[in-house]
Write a protein that binds this ligand. Structure first.
Ligand SMILES: O=C1O[C@H](COP(=O)(O)O)[C@@H](O)[C@H](O)[C@H]1O
Length: 232
């Protein structure tokens, strides 16, 4: 049994998003006040859209905020499935338009060929990362750490920043930040919306087999604080 992280349940997704956007904005500005710049790692998928929109309007010094993705599909950045497109359209707007964004997809044909360059592109990001916002799939994946992929063990054990992944149960080759990179952060938020995600989260707490549910690599560790923000 994994010891439960801080778990916050909200009446509605809107309540969750409003509270989480406030917390992230405060933490980013505190980081800027203390260290001159801040880093924010966000996830793609469908869950964070409204959070991005709220965050983009927060009155903080966005020009000092370095933003990247926890994972990316190896598709062009204007394609429908691109996480970068999502961030550009929903987060890098309003006041947040001046943030320094680095996407993970580059000109290489495959994530295997491009992984080193993706990692190098994050070299000037403040570390530990100030805030990391993760999502979770109903198969227990987070980032692009898929239980089905032969690269999972590498993603969870390498000291490299970025790893190529070829999931068999989800579309597109991917690039993902490694566990080592993700856990080198001051605060992780796990953003869950919907009862099916709550069921998966409860299953994840049952044991620490990361090959079955890679989200456990985040939930079972005590190096980095993890707050779970949930709404049905
Ligand atoms: O493929 C992905 O899925 C997860 C979860 O996405 P959601 O649509 O269920 O919110 C996401 O966290 C990850 O960044 C994305 O690439």
């Amino acid at each position: 049994m994994i010891k439960e992280s801080v778990f916050k349940s909200f009446e509605t997704p809107a309540n969750l998003e409003s509270t989480l956007a406030d917390k992230i904005a405060t933490q980013l500005q505190d980081a800027i006040d203390s260290r001159g710049k801040a880093s924010l790692i966000v996830s793609g998928g469908s869950t964070p859209l409204k959070l991005f929109q709220l965050l983009s309007k927060k009155p903080i010094e966005w020009a000092e905020v370095y933003i990247t993705l926890a994972d990316e599909r190896w598709v062009e950045s204007d394609e429908k499935d691109s996480n970068e497109r999502l961030v550009r359209e929903h987060l890098l707007q309003n006041r947040a338009a001046s943030a320094k964004f680095r996407g993970l997809k580059n000109m290489f044909a495959t994530p295997e060929a491009g992984a080193a360059m993706s990692g190098e592109s994050l070299a000037n990001f403040p570390r530990p990362f100030d805030v990391v916002v993760l999502g979770m799939g109903t198969d227990g994946h987070t980032c692009s750490w898929f239980p089905c992929s032969s690269e999972l063990n590498n993603a969870l054990s390498t000291k490299e920043v970025c790893v190529a992944v070829n999931p068999t149960t989800a579309p597109h080759a991917r690039i993902t930040l490694s566990k080592d990179a993700i856990l080198n952060s001051r605060q992780i938020y796990l953003h869950l919306v919907g009862e099916s995600k709550l069921t998966v989260y409860r299953q994840a707490l049952e044991n620490d087999d990361v090959t079955e549910m890679p989200i456990r690599a985040v939930l079972a560790q005590r190096k980095t604080p993890v707050d779970v923000f949930y709404s049905a």
